[in-house]
Design a protein around this ligand. Structure first.
Ligand SMILES: NC(=O)c1ccc[n+]([C@@H]2O[C@H](COP(=O)([O-])OP(=O)(O)OC[C@H]3O[C@@H](n4cnc5c(N)ncnc54)[C@H](O)[C@@H]3O)[C@@H](O)[C@H]2O)c1
Length: 260
């Protein structure tokens, strides 16, 4: 799909995967909407790219906020791609991964489980459906395609670690809904795909350790290449999915053969 006359929205566009994807798709001439809550990083990236790329403060927990970002993209040029790759706020009272029943015998509160599913699954469906509604109004291209949606799962959607029940449920939900959404959107000429990354060196790790510490801790778990992934490797795959009309309805693992 040619993006030179198109707009693309990237949720979490100021983050690790998001900013790498924004940079790569901007090189193809697309007008990018960087949808994120990280105003400083988002504004700086939009300014660095130029070519009509804009940052839109977007809270993926709020449907009206997503609608505004999608409309901004559609106003720039026909929205042809949505890359959904945001993080989100931690559940109130949560300090990180939590087992179904912890060592003190306390169960994970349902509100915390539901919050994580909201952040990683419900919000992704919200962006998917809002973006698809906008794409449905596009004139189809000569290929009969109107657009493509790329969600972000995780290898935790297949093989979650202890303490990841909610995150695994959310990411498994992305994997599960991808084919169904592709079938739903097929009559309108919109494809739906997902990428399931392994362990990548993004800002998600930078908060708690240096890049070298993260590589030393997580890199050895990846069989080959024996290192954490580079966010641009995600962006390369996202760009290929946009380009290749025959990729539809599936989740691609991107993990250096990592299996926990
Ligand atoms: N890094 C990994 O190893 C890895 C592996 C598998 C899956 N993932 C998934 O990739 C996605 C992106 O992760 P990342 O590693 O690039 O993290 P990141 O922290 O680098 O980027 C996440 C971005 O989301 C933004 N964000 C946070 N709350 C938001 C909100 N309410 N509304 C809009 N944006 C918000 C952040 O500001 C940030 O820019 C997540 O869904 C994550 O689960 C990451």
């Amino acid at each position: 799909m040619d993006l030179s006359q198109a707009s693309v929205i990237v949720t979490g566009g100021a983050g690790g995967f998001g900013s790498a994807t924004v940079r790569r798709l901007a090189k193809q001439g697309a007008k990018l909407v960087i949808a994120d809550v990280a105003d400083e990083r988002g504004e700086a990236l939009a300014k660095a790219l130029g070519n009509g790329c804009v940052y839109v403060h977007t809270d993926i927990m709020d449907e009206a906020s997503i609608e505004k970002a999608v409309q901004t993209a559609a106003d720039l040029a026909p929205l042809r791609a949505a890359v959904i790759v945001h993080g989100g706020p931690r559940a109130p009272g949560s300090t990180g991964p939590a087992r179904t029943v912890n060592r003190e015998g306390k169960r994970l509160p349902l509100a915390q489980f539901a919050h994580t599913v909201n952040v990683y699954l419900n919000s992704a469906f919200a962006v998917t459906s809002i973006a698809a509604e906008a794409m449905a109004k596009n004139m189809p291209l000569a290929s009969n395609q109107r657009g493509v949606i790329i969600n972000t799962a995780s290898i935790a959607g297949y093989e979650g670690q202890a303490g990841q029940a909610a995150y695994s449920a959310a990411k498994g939900g992305i994997i599960g809904m991808t084919l169904t959404i592709a079938r739903d959107l097929a009559p309108i000429g919109i494809r739906a795909m997902a990428i399931a990354p392994g362990t990548f060196l993004t800002l998600a790790y930078a908060a708690s350790m240096t890049d070298e510490q993260a590589q030393a801790k997580w890199g050895p778990m990846v069989p080959n290449p024996h290192r954490m992934g580079d966010p641009d490797e995600y962006a390369v795959l996202a760009a290929h999915i946009v380009e290749n009309d025959f990729l539809n309805g599936t989740t691609i693992r991107l993990d250096g053969a990592q299996r926990f």
